[in-house]
Design a protein around this ligand. Structure first.
Ligand code: FNR
Length: 384
């Protein structure tokens, strides 16, 4: 397709939907139960109003910031999402290439469909990555993966995902479980299952033997459900010196607990897993508002990032105004790949960057760090 003619993230999703396999679409699109959280994620940003100021010189507009101490050109990063090669052979390496063009950070899924070494191989100097971990029942497997990550100095932190000890009930994914040709990445992934310590296999937890329930169920077989505040961070400290980013926090109580683990924990990601774990769990905006109200000191102790439903530059800017430092995109990157490989992902980033700049300029804000609560009206999303 002519990517330039695609003007927004929804149009890219539409084109990708026509191009990728039905099974890939079902896996990417799906969310838990009635898709309530997935739909809140997006609609909540539309309910927040902007408060633009006039007579402000905004000829210059700087979207750069830092994430866990590293400079990035955009506050927008790519969230960890499994199985990118279902969308396009460029896969996670293609996402990395697109991020390199825009100075954006990428989080690599534990269930990526290429090896982590392949994904970071052609990175730009200074390009920034995190690696996401699902701790496995077989701890030795996770420890082996962490040892492998240690050798890659472009990977700056470990992102530990906590909101999905079991997958949510994703009916669209389950419905497509019997649709033919399982995965274009089948052989690589199957290799990954048995020989994940070798450098040529993806670091994935995919188990092709588990058929019921679609791709999600297969990926989650073997994921540990016994992680705790008491034990897991101590275990992790024994196996990595990298800072930890905790992903999938959904309450101010857990945000506060995470902040007590600074400096090992450097950031938290408020996320309901794109609505794919617990349906009717809150969108990140509600959790941001809770933290602001009950424990605002969290923002000073650790960085707070968000993801879920980000489709417009105005969404990005609103999250930043609420106190988020980083803003993640999951499906938009996958659908970008589906629409046009690495160029499709680059188009997604280009659109979101341009929309973010337009929004900042029209608000009268020249720098990311100047965004704040004075630029939004949250009345319609505050409930208590
Ligand atoms: C995900 N997500 C996810 N998260 C994670 O920590 N590890 C993973 O492997 C995956 N895999 C994954 C696959 C697919 C197909 C999707 C859509 C999502 C969740 C992801 O990181 C992020 O939280 C959401 O995707 C954000 O919501 P949006 O941007 O998709 O609305």
């Amino acid at each position: 397709p002519d990517l330039e003619s695609l003007l927004n993230v929804d149009e890219i999703e539409e084109v990708a939907t026509k191009q990728i396999s039905r099974k890939a679409w079902a896996y990417y699109y799906s969310a838990a139960d009635d898709l309530a959280s997935k739909s809140f994620n997006n609609t909540v940003y539309r309910q927040i109003l902007l408060r633009p100021r006039v007579f402000v010189d905004c000829t210059a507009c700087d979207t750069s910031t830092t994430l866990v101490g590293h400079k990035v050109s955009l506050p927008i990063y790519v969230s960890p999402a499994a199985m990118a090669r279902l969308a396009h052979p460029d896969g996670e390496h293609g996402i990395a290439q697109a991020c390199g063009l825009f100075g954006a950070m990428q989080l690599i899924s534990n269930n990526a469909s290429m090896t982590v070494e392949q994904i970071v191989a052609d990175a730009q100097p200074g390009q920034l990555f995190g690696w996401q971990l699902y701790v496995q029942n077989d701890r030795a497997k996770s420890e082996g993966q962490l040892a492998r990550i240690k050798k890659l100095d472009t990977i700056k932190f470990i992102c530990l995902t906590l909101d999905a000890p079991v997958p949510g009930k994703r009916e669209e994914d389950e419905r497509s479980k019997n649709i033919g040709a399982v995965l274009p990445v089948k052989s690589a992934v199957q290799g990954g299952e048995s020989t994940s310590q070798t450098s040529s296999s993806p670091q994935t937890n995919f188990n092709p033997e588990i058929k019921p329930g679609g791709i999600g169920q297969s990926l989650f077989a073997g994921t540990a459900a016994d992680l705790t505040w008491k034990t897991t961070l101590t275990w992790l400290a024994k196996h990595t010196n990298l800072p930890i980013v905790l992903k999938g926090l959904q309450t101010h109580e857990d945000a506060y607990l995470a902040s007590l683990h600074a400096p090992q924990v450097k950031a938290i990601i408020l996320s309901n897993h794109g609505g794919r774990a617990l349906d009717t769990a809150p969108p990140a905006v509600y959790t941001l508002l809770e933290i602001r109200k009950y424990c605002p000191e969290v923002f000073n102790r650790i960085e707070v990032w968000v993801d879920g439903g980000i489709k417009r530059g105005t969404d990005v800017v609103k999250a930043l105004c609420l106190g988020a430092r980083g803003v993640g995109i999951g499906r938009p990157a996958l659908f970008g790949l589906g629409a046009g490989g690495k160029e499709g992902v680059a188009r997604v980033l280009e659109i979101l960057k341009a929309e973010t700049e337009t929004c900042m300029r029209l608000l009268g804000v020249a720098k990311v760090e100047d965004l704040g609560m004075q630029y939004i009206n949250t009345r319609s999303v505050e409930r208590d």
